[in-house]
Design a protein. Structure first.
Length: 139
């Protein structure tokens, strides 16, 4: 039997996932990280993207996070996300609409726009669309 690590993925509203995994992949601010059992302690921020848990050879689960914190201990991984949803629950139409809205705001030079907020919304929408595309391809 393969070694596992306890994984907790929590959003501001609720716990999204709690269980054992053989491997966890997350979009850390410095790039994607892979965490296996007995990983050295780590604390880093997360950027919008996909957190993948490799449960076993038959099952992987994916979650979309809009950002947050990743804490790694030798026997536990905690993802504290601003927003987290199961990747299968993402709605492509809503992500496309958010992307188009953010692009329009960024291109409108005459409007009174919070460019940092619009850019953050664009980045989040693009990350959601990448997650949806990965699910469709079946990795």
């Amino acid at each position: 039997m393969a070694m596992t690590i306890q994984v907790e993925i929590v959003s501001a509203e609720k716990t999204i996932f709690s269980g054992k995994a053989e491997m966890v992949f997350a979009p850390a601010s410095m790039g994607e990280v892979g965490i296996s059992p007995r990983h050295s302690p780590l604390l880093t921020s997360l950027k919008p993207g996909e957190v993948r848990t490799h449960i076993d050879n038959k099952e992987d689960q994916s979650f979309f996070v809009s950002g947050g914190i990743l804490e790694v201990q030798p026997h536990k991984v905690s993802v504290l996300a601003d927003t987290a949803v199961r990747a299968n629950d993402l709605v492509e139409a809503a992500a496309l609409e958010a992307k188009e809205r953010a692009e329009k705001l960024l291109s409108d030079k005459k409007a009174d726009v919070d460019y940092a907020k619009a850019q953050a919304e664009l980045i989040e929408a693009m990350a959601q669309l990448r997650s949806i595309e990965r699910i469709r391809k079946g990795r």
